[in-house]
Design a protein around this ligand. Structure first.
Ligand code: BES
Ligand code: ZN
Length: 429
């Protein structure tokens, strides 16, 4: 219930920028939009004035899957207000998105927004060069993947969702679950001097994020991040609230912890640095991941890719993995789909949109990093019990079969992107 209210409020505030602003403006209003929406508007015969095309460089995948830069046009113009409801209908029908156009109070404000968009796109273009999405580590992936165990994921979900009343960012359960995770991850890392486990302290609340780092052998300056959020909520959460958060998001933490366990126990050594992150305070506005992404950006850390695991264990539809297409990087999304097709060919992979910055991947995307978010089900078929005391593993049949699929995908991602190209050829002599 809380979940529905909270999410509805967020979605309608996004829609409000599409509709309410137009009601307040005069008969001709300032708007900006991309090529597709502009074409729809022209085709609809809308009255347009003072049209200004602006060129924005965006990152997009080329035919070979590599990320390249291409220019897109954004049009700033005055449009008759009456055309807008029609445009938003057309955009929804034909482009399946709300963000097809934006309204502005003046030309100056419109130009400012276009400039901000250009800056954000430029940040994306700052991705470290030399990231290729080849699939060339089959021997390693095929040796490691069968070691992933559903029972381990299941027991981590059960532990996290039953040992604390909740894992909210201000409560003893929130703080305790972070400290316990630190201990568990340190145990998994025991005996490896290339692995560190640390808490990331956030200045404004007590729950800490937890980060396990496997240092890259030949390219340690390049970082691959796999994350999920540790906190749970039922909306107005306090010390005694029951917020098990088994799916949201003990499932994501359990999934990435199993990947970490397999890599560490098999003594796998990535050539790039791998970081596993359990974010604090996601449920209160992505606060923990925002703190970390801002810190990494300010330090100029070269993060080559980010994978978000949030809700992996409720199969609400026939599909196995749903790639979220908004606030994510389409080239890396394609890489993940290719990995699934290659290593898990029987899986049904499809696409959906959140419609808003719904999880920690958006914190990275907003700082110009490449992030993806494979999700448990198409939007609307996802777990209806999240953010309630009923988000327990019983709603997933008391098993972690669905989450195991995401562990396989994350393991393939960790090895293929963490390996920085094919292994050097063995000496033939
Ligand atoms: N796991 C959810 C996000 C989610 C829910 C994605 C359902 C897809 C389907 C996440 O923990 C969450 O609750 N996010 C908030 C927004 C955030 C900015 C506080 C939400 O969706 O209300
Ligand atoms: Zn949530």
């Amino acid at each position: 219930m809380m979940k529905k209210l909270h999410r509805a409020a967020l979605v309608s505030s996004t829609l409000a920028t599409c509709f309410v602003a137009s009601a307040q403006a005069g008969p001709m209003v300032w708007a900006s939009m991309g090529e597709d929406a502009y074409r729809l508007l022209r085709r609809a015969g809308a009255q347009l004035e003072q049209v200004e095309p602006h060129s924005v460089a965006i990152q997009a995948p080329a035919a070979d899957g590599r990320v390249g830069t291409r220019n897109e046009s954004v049009y700033l113009m005055q449009v008759d207000e009456e055309a807008l409801p029609r445009l938003s209908h057309e955009v929804h029908e034909n482009l399946k998105k709300c963000g097809g156009f934006m309204l502005h109070t003046s030309r100056a404000e419109g130009r400012k927004v276009v400039a901000q968009f250009r800056d954000a796109a430029a940040k994306q273009a700052n991705q470290p060069a030399g990231v290729s999405y080849g699939i060339d580590d089959q021997a390693e992936v095929n040796a490691l993947m069968p070691q992933l165990q559903e029972s381990n994921i299941r027991s981590t979900i059960v532990k996290l969702s039953t040992e604390y009343k909740n894992r909210y960012y201000t409560t003893t359960g929130g703080v305790g679950s972070s400290n316990d995770l630190l201990t568990t991850w340190k145990q998994l890392a025991a005996g490896r001097d290339d692995v560190t486990v640390k808490q990331f302290t956030h200045p404004s609340w007590p729950q800490k994020s937890v980060i396990l780092t496997i240092k890259g052998t030949t390219n340690p300056g390049k970082i691959v991040v796999i994350g999920g959020h540790l906190d749970s909520t039922i909306g107005w959460t306090n010390e005694n609230s029951i917020a098990p958060g088994a799916d949201d998001d003990a499932s994501g933490i359990a999934t990435l912890q199993e990947v970490m366990r397999v890599l560490l126990s098999s003594n796998y050594k990535p050539r790039r640095t791998l970081q596993f992150m359990a974010y604090a305070a996601e449920e209160v506005g992505l606060k923990g991941s925002q703190g970390i992404a801002a810190d990494y950006q300010s330090k100029g850390k070269k993060v080559v890719g980010v994978l978000q695991l949030d809700m992996t264990n409720y199969q609400g539809a026939a599909s196995d993995i749903t790639m979220i297409t908004d606030y994510t990087n389409s080239a890396q999304n394609k890489f993940l789909k290719d990995l699934a097709a290659h290593y898990m060919p029987s899986y049904n992979v499809n696409e959906s949109r959140c419609g808003y910055a719904c999880s920690d991947h958006a914190s990275w995307t907003n700082r110009g990093f490449v992030a993806s978010f494979p999700f448990e089900a198409p939007m609307g078929d996802d777990n209806p019990y999240i953010h309630t005391p009923n988000d327990t593993i019983s709603k997933s049949g008391n098993n972690a079969n669905h989450a195991l699929k995401f562990a396989k995908l994350a393991l393939a991602y960790a090895v293929e992107l963490g390996s920085d190209g094919p292994a050097p050829k063995a000496d033939t002599k």
